[in-house]
Design a binder for this molecule. Structure first.
Ligand code: DP6
Length: 398
């Protein structure tokens, strides 16, 4: 059998997610157990995704991994945790009988690509580890609680194992068995909700989230207060706003939680500043737009980087994009400025234009990705889409 079919491969895709109640701080660095629960929106894979192929063959000499075409160190501790956990679960499930399953003693080759800039604050590690864990689980036929495994790759990755609106319950057990992701509502729940990713800078972050949150836990008393006294109430309030599709409540809480997260970064010593001038201009623009209409029609949130993620409803998206273009006129490649869902041009009213708080800043925003809420990881059935060739090495992109 093995000689006729030397390589078994599986290819899957996984989404990114954007937290509306932020995770920041661990109580266990190795198991990646957080100091507070968090809640996120899974973004649609038509616009942002990671694709991963995992293959095994008796000819492979060692486990190997390629990220965006470049071979990386397979000995990375978080990668090793995920591989070890999946193999352990596969062994447990089989408990002796190999049956038709792929042999666990064979080495694995993994290739993964992102269709968005890595380390630009777009949760690439979340999609990456979610995709890795989901793909390995498909390959080895593991069906157990996978968010717990993805969590050990990157905390936010556990939320990318599900579509729609997802909460990561912090849990209380020292072994992390209750620190898992759960769906609050499916992706079909709020079809009018739209998401705009405003890419301000594609450069690498000055301080990565892992190191940043570690310093915050050590030095910020505001973070301790937030985790103990603020987040529990906000988790319940946010889940309620989502259930009721209450944009006003959802948007306000999203902005407040982003602001409090960045306040804890500033309360960290030495302080961490993820926002830049463009981020702060976007914040004023959103508040000004909402004040003009006398209600919350758009909301921002920022992760560990200067890029903004904007939530709005279908009926407001085109107009808000026109506002963005007015204040941040695209510097070059006008047609490439807008990616993702179609956005129609809108003529802004003179009243709105004169209400805007600042002069145009050309080039402040590099491009916009318009997207919406999406499903969890998917298996790709077409073998043409494998990222590894029959020799088990990365295929050049077709
Ligand atoms: C600001 O999940 O990247 O995006 O667990 O150390 O891998 P590690 O950190 P990571 O942190 C994400 C932080 C955040 C907020 C969030 O996604 O909840």
């Amino acid at each position: 059998m093995a000689a006729e079919k030397p390589l078994v491969a599986v290819t899957c895709t996984a989404p990114t997610n954007i937290a509306v109640i932020k995770y920041w701080g661990k109580r266990d660095e190795k198991l990646i157990l957080p100091i507070n629960s968090s809640l996120s929106v899974t973004l649609h894979q038509n616009q942002l995704k990671t694709t991963t192929t995992a293959a095994i063959s008796r000819d492979f000499k060692e486990d190997r991994i390629w990220l965006n075409g470049k071979e990386e160190d397979v000995g990375h501790p978080r990668l090793q945790s995920c591989l070890r956990e999946i193999r352990r679960l596969a062994r447990k499930r089989r408990s002796g009988s190999e049956g038709d399953s792929v042999p666990l003693s064979y080495k694995v080759h993994i290739a993964s690509v992102n269709d968005f800039p890595t380390a630009a604050g777009l949760a690439s590690s979340a999609a990456g580890y979610a995709c890795l864990v989901y793909t390995l689980a498909q390959l080895y036929g593991v069906e157990s609680e996978l968010s717990e495994v993805a969590r050990q790759g990157s905390g936010s990755a556990c939320r990318s194992m599900l579509g729609g609106f997802v909460q990561w319950l912090m849990g209380e057990r020292p072994d992390g068995k209750d620190s898992i992701a759960q769906q609050v509502a499916p992706e079909s729940h709020w079809p009018e909700l739209r998401v705009l990713v405003l890419v301000v800078s594609a450069e690498r972050k000055p301080v990565g989230s892992t190191a940043g949150m570690q310093t915050s836990v050590e030095t910020s008393s505001l973070l301790k207060f937030r985790a103990e006294s603020v987040v529990p109430g906000r988790m319940a309030e946010m889940a309620q706003c989502i259930k009721e599709r209450d944009f006003e409540g959802f948007g306000q809480l999203t902005m407040k939680d982003s602001n409090q997260f960045h306040a804890t970064c500033l309360d960290t010593f030495p302080p961490i500043c993820y926002l830049n001038d463009t981020s702060r201009q976007i914040i004023s623009l959103v508040h000004c737009f909402n004040a003009h209409y006398g209600k919350t029609k758009v909301a921002y949130t920022f992760d560990a980087g200067p890029n903004a993620v904007i939530f709005t409803l279908e009926d407001t998206m085109d107009e808000f994009v026109a506002v963005i273009k007015q204040i941040f006129p695209p510097e070059m490649n006008g047609d490439k400025f807008l990616k993702g869902l179609p956005v129609e041009p809108v003529e802004l009213s003179e009243e709105l234009k004169s209400a805007l708080p600042m002069e145009p800043c050309p080039g402040g925003i590099r491009y916009i990705i318009a997207t919406q809420v999406g499903p969890g990881p998917q298996v790709l059935q077409d073998p043409q889409q494998h990222l590894l060739g029959p020799d088990g090495l990365p295929q050049p992109a077709s």
